[in-house]
Ligand binder design. Structure first.
Ligand SMILES: Cc1cc2nc3c(=O)[nH]c(=O)nc-3n(C[C@H](O)[C@H](O)[C@H](O)COP(=O)(O)OP(=O)(O)OC[C@H]3O[C@@H](n4cnc5c(N)ncnc54)[C@H](O)[C@@H]3O)c2cc1C
Length: 476
């Protein structure tokens, strides 16, 4: 006789993808439990007082273009559960040493104003993608890496498959547009002469114009709180403070969804997995790590360039060659004295993040995987370069090296924040080459983290796709 399990499904890990899987399953009437190692739900989408009382910092993600684009997020009534978005006037600013900044605003032509003669080239490159954003989004956030109808994607695909270096050198004449594009492309955490680093620049610029790079009121934790509340309203159970270390720790459930790094699935199932799949998980490559800083500040960052104080996110690194050198170093296991820094300044737009008149800032740079070097001075000097007086505003700082990030969230292997290197191979085969990358060779065992398509970012699509595969199998 078949034994019935306590739950229809258990999700291991409560990051955005774990919660998305759980909501998708519970929404179709399944009895679902989410088991989370940390004391609160949300994974890399949580907000805590890391420095001083009243200063609320995002411990992981801070700016959310992918959540704004996500069909899963827009299908949920999250505003009913407290989620409220803010769209800063400037989505992203990229300051230069001469005191100017290139600004990514909603309109493509507006954002190009400071691109020194490359305005038309930028618009020609980006506007067609903005115009076809819905089709592009459905592919980028879809479950299939090989589209059924590739024709509408031809324009994007040919350019996306190149390196950021090739794309910017072939499309732009001046240093401004090249530097601006390098900053967006560096989110790939790939060397900028490596394909498909251009894809990340194209996607982030296009998304910025099409839907913005919004931030939630109260920080990333508000996203997870609203997802958790929605899950609870569907009758779901959340257990925190329980790390699944081995097969015997697994909840009693018919189906298991792992919002974990592939190596944790491997550790938990070990010899139960067939050799080929085990080899794929073992060979899955993690990329560079990050060194992250959060600050409590006595005032807003005194940017030299106009417009930076209107931006939710600021890319600090100046020229294409400087950013390219920094990213090349991190990829090849070396440190760079002038790292490329990604900074967010949410308290400029959300007064709930800091006491009146005070501010928070969040920033990180890429470093070799597992690197233990303290990058505080290098990051702060880079900011000071474009915002003289920044250091004097620091009331308190909180630093997280790769090992600290991984200690707080085991998915951040060696400080890799994107669930595995974003090489072309690992974009197409994530975590292994398969038409159904969410399934594993074990019956009713799924992987649903950012190490599956469509990959990193707070969008919940990996979880939602994995759950949909299971529901389809059940005929629901
Ligand atoms: C510093 C940083 C900055 C980032 N910036 C951005 C950004 O600005 N915008 C953006 O869109 N994305 C950003 N990201 C990436 C984004 O946060 C991730 O891609 C996203 O959170 C992935 O979601 P996930 O559900 O796959 O995994 P995670 O969010 O990593 O959650 C996984 C959860 O599973 C739990 N878990 C793992 N193993 C076990 C186990 N064995 N037992 C129990 N629980 C377990 C972990 O504790 C964790 O809570 C950033 C990430 C970091 C770390």
């Amino acid at each position: 006789m078949k034994r019935s399990c306590e739950y229809d499904a258990a999700v291991i890990g409560s990051g955005p993808n774990g919660l998305a899987a759980a909501i998708t399953l519970a929404g179709r009437g399944l009895k679902v439990v989410v088991v989370e190692a940390a004391s609160t739900a949300g994974g890399a989408a949580r907000t805590e007082e890391l420095t001083l009382s009243g200063f609320r910092h995002d411990i992981g993600s801070a700016v959310f273009p992918m959540a704004a684009a996500s069909p899963f997020f827009s299908s949920l009534p999250l505003s009913r559960f407290g989620l409220e978005w803010i769209k800063p006037p400037v989505q992203m600013a990229h300051p230069f040493d001469d005191g100017r900044a290139a600004l990514l605003k909603t309109s493509v032509t507006d954002s190009s104003l400071t691109l020194e003669g490359d305005e038309k080239a930028y618009a020609k490159l980006i506007q067609p993608m903005v115009d076809r954003f819905n089709g592009l989004r459905d592919y980028l956030l879809g479950a299939r890496r090989f589209p059924q109808n590739p024709l509408p994607l031809t324009n994007f695909g040919l350019k996306a498959l190149s390196s950021a270096e090739y794309l910017s050198m072939s499309h732009f004449k001046g240093a401004s547009a090249r530097g601006f594009f390098a900053g967006a492309a560096a989110h790939s955490i790939l060397p900028l002469n490596k394909t498909p680093s251009a894809a990340f620049g194209l996607v982030l610029c296009t998304t910025g114009h099409a839907v913005g790079w919004p931030i939630p009121v109260g920080g990333a934790g508000s996203i997870s709180l609203s997802l958790s509340r929605h899950f609870a309203s569907l009758g779901g159970t959340l257990i925190t403070g329980h790390k699944v270390n081995s097969f015997t720790d697994l909840p009693d459930a018919t189906a298991l969804f792992f919002d974990t790094a592939p190596r944790h699935l491997l550790r938990i199932y070990g010899e139960r997995l067939p050799t080929g799949y085990k080899r794929s998980l073992r060979n899955y490559r993690y990329g560079p790590g990050v060194f992250k800083l959060d600050w409590a500040l006595s005032g807003p960052i005194p940017w030299k360039a106009e417009g930076c104080n209107q931006a939710g996110a600021v890319h600090i690194g100046g020229t294409f060659s400087e950013i390219a050198e920094a990213e090349f170093s991190a990829w090849h296991g070396r440190l760079h004295s002038r790292p490329f820094v990604i900074l967010a300044q949410p308290s400029l737009f959300d007064s709930s993040r800091a006491p009146s008149g005070r501010h928070t800032a969040w920033a990180y740079c890429h470093v070799p995987n597992g690197c233990s070097y303290d990058m505080t001075e290098a990051i702060e000097s880079q900011i000071e370069r474009f915002a003289p007086g920044f250091k004097s505003l620091i009331l308190q700082r909180h630093a997280s090296a790769p090992a600290d990030l991984e200690a707080g969230n085991p998915n951040l292997v060696g400080g890799d924040i994107v669930g595995g290197a974003q090489t072309l191979k690992q974009i197409l085969c994530r975590p292994a080459c398969s038409l159904t990358p969410y399934t594993t060779p074990l019956r009713n065992v799924y992987l649903c983290s950012a190490s599956t398509p469509p990959g990193a970012g707070v969008h919940g699509m990996c979880g939602s796709h994995a759950a949909s595969v299971h529901l389809k199998r059940l005929g629901i």
